[in-house]
Write a protein that binds this ligand. Structure first.
Ligand code: ADP
Ligand code: MG
Length: 348
């Protein structure tokens, strides 16, 4: 996209740093009552009154976390916001503000950054969060984006990874594995394109998978839903690295074990068929794929009637005592120990 000779290319240096910041942030309006002051001073001012404030940050590096060959900048901006909001929702909190920091090389014209910010703007609007600051600097190589998200919750509503107790039910929202398979499809198309640039990929049947990879959504609705059902989860985490890795986090930090049932893991039909096409095991993909941004949480058994009819939620296991271990009960009714094969950021 940025190589396209037909799109206008305005040098960032034409605007200068402050001109650039003003240009990129001109559409951001303050809407949240907890924002006292946003962009324009040395720091933003927030007021959460008697609430607990939650903060989370993420760093995205070109070539490590995203590939601009198939990730449009608008989607990248959107996704950078979403992955951070997901962490706030995983605390059972409401996300209210973000800051965005970018490092860009002169390889990027202004129009490319406008695209990036269009995606950020869309996400901010949809998720009703204020953009209250950031930082802008230059990079000698690729694009770097860091987003920090802020939110709040009542003290008793906050859900930590450490709160799961024996007998609790393990619940997941949505379905798993689609984002990872979307990436596999995109990588395959990229290789085809490198061999034959005139090949026109037919990606229609993969729409859901590609959307899950390029335009993921954060489960803002789940904390709201749980509140409306009168359910306070005992622990919660978002699924960024794959189900196994997140289940292990909850178990280790809560000092409990789990029986996770393979047959209960929610899979979209397109994930099942693409796994057959790629000759991959769909359970392995759901366990290790990552980037689904669904929420994984535990609830007290007595809350089961409140959630059981909800199509967004699936009970996939139950919490046991620690010495039972972290086990996957297979369709053949064999129990195997779960190991995290999730994406390891230090060995990309
Ligand atoms: P400072 O010199 O104190 O770092 P800056 O000139 O970098 O201040 O930033 C001025 C204002 O613009 C601040 O409110 C800052 O948070 C905001 N800002 C800077 N860069 C960005 C960006 N990329 N996106 C959003 N807001 C930004
Ligand atoms: Mg600055």
């Amino acid at each position: 996209m940025i190589e396209d000779k037909n799109t206008p290319r305005t040098q960032i240096s034409d605007l200068g740093e402050f001109g650039l910041i003003a240009h990129l942030t001109k559409n951001f309006k303050i809407k949240q009552p907890t924002t006292d002051f946003g962009i324009g001073d040395d720091a933003a001012v927030l007021d959460f009154k008697d609430k607990k404030c939650v903060v989370s940050t993420d760093l995205l590096i070109e070539g490590v976390h995203f590939d601009l060959a198939y990730m449009p900048l608008k989607h990248l901006g959107y996704k950078a916001v979403i992955v951070n909001l997901s962490d706030i929702y995983a605390m059972n909190a409401l996300a209210t503000q973000i800051t965005i920091s970018i490092a860009v090389s002169n390889r990027f014209p202004l129009e490319a950054l406008e695209e990036l910010y269009a995606g950020i703007h869309t996400a901010a609007k949809l998720y009703e969060i204020d953009v209250v600051g950031g930082d802008t600097t230059s990079s000698t190589t690729g694009l770097i984006i860091s987003v920090t998200a802020v939110g709040y919750a009542n003290k008793e509503e906050l859900t930590y990874r450490s709160g799961a107790g024996e007998g609790d039910l393990l619940v997941v929202s949505g379905d798993l594995g689609a984002a990872y398979m979307g990436l596999q499809v995109l990588e395959r198309e990229k290789q085809v394109f490198e061999v034959n640039p005139n090949a026109q990929p037919d990606l229609d049947q993969y729409t859901y998978l590609i959307e899950r990879q390029l335009k993921p959504e954060a489960r803002k609705d789940i904390p709201e839903l749980l509140k409306s059902l009168g359910v306070n989860p005992t622990s919660m985490i978002d699924i960024s690295d794959g189900l196994s890795s997140e289940v292990i986090h909850i178990c280790k930090q809560s000092k409990v074990g789990v029986n996770l049932y393979e047959e209960k893991i929610p899979l979209d039909p397109t994930v099942i068929s693409i796994c057959e096409e790629f000759k991959l095991n769909s359970t392995t993909i759901a366990l290790s794929g990552g980037e689904d941004y669904e929420l994984l949480f535990t609830i007290k058994q007595e809350d089961y009637p409140k959630i059981k009819a909800n199509p967004n939620l699936t009970v996939i296991g139950h919490i046991t005592e620690e010495k039972n271990g972290i086990g996957l009960v297979t369709r053949a009714n064999e129990k195997i120990e779960l190991k995290a094969q999730g994406w390891n950021p230090l060995t990309p």
